[in-house]
Design a protein around this ligand. Sequence first.
Ligand code: SIN
Ligand code: MN
Length: 349
Amino acid sequence: MERRWAWKDRENIQVLTFLNDESPVENDVCLLDDDEDDDELLDGGVLYESEEDKIRAGIVQKRLFSDRLCEQLEEQIEMVEEKANRGEYKKNTVDRSPLRVKYFFGEGYTYGDQLERKGPGMERLYPKTGPDAVDPIPEWIKKLVIAPCFRAGLIPSMEWANSAVINDYLPGGCIVSHVDPIQLFDRPIVSINLLSDSALCFGCKFRFKPIRVSPPVLRLPMKRGAVTLLSNYAADGITHCVRPEDVIHRRQVIIIRRVFPDAPRLPPPAVEPWNDLTRTVRLTPIYKSAIDERRGGTASRVSKGANSGRTLTGQYRKRQHSGDSEVASAEESSPPTPLTRKKHPRIVF
Ligand code: SIN
Ligand code: MN
């Protein structure tokens, strides 16, 4: 029977294995037997003592940004916010929810309730060009975030990072448990924590109305100025989230990732649906009636009842998310029209 020795250095978050006759250093080792119960603690040929250790093995954290550099980055994010408020970004660059704003640069993708077909694995990149594309990565992110990460040896090249997302959380804001879509993003997932200290939690379950979060398998402190890299089990084997109780003060994060060149992408829209008059007339009785009215006809006068038929259905349905947490969602079941299109609060990642 193969016997496996595991040696763990918690500070450097490294794990080495020694098989059979190789001699590990005393005091730093424990002898581990092959055992079916241990299967869950095996990862990449290494047997861990606990799930927490398995998560930690996939995490690297470094305080890369001084207070002065953090201030510079926070000022830049303030300018992004101002530009967004002036409406100067493309529509898919900015995604607002009540306690969180997300800004997508380089690449954007459909997620949560934006998905036509929901569930993990269904996320799709937006087209590279056209009205659905997002804005390019700003130069300041390249110079002040990607370059320092590259110089510190955290990412293999400047070009590696082709997607940058800024999340801006108000106190009590959160992000539900999820795994960053594996069909879209390479690992590691790199994030820089700004504005205030917070924490990333692993293995939580969310419940809603009122919001409740189960105790995490691991709570990872995120200091202002710290860079966190997730890979292996920490990125792929367990969900991560930000709990409302871990966002005491306004907090921002910049997430740097590599989108795979062959990641699934939505096709550019053939016709902008809102400009397609035929479709609008066919789908919305109120237009039909208005046109009839103008023509002097009465045949399709719209009753109050018919009008109220255009209300939303299927609101606040619960759904399973990443096989782990539930997300309360609001969705429009009827096609939106220029008259009634509403933005509903969503809880998404
Ligand atoms: C974070 O806010 O630190 C994590 C965000 C995410 O995983 O999308
Ligand atoms: Mn994530």
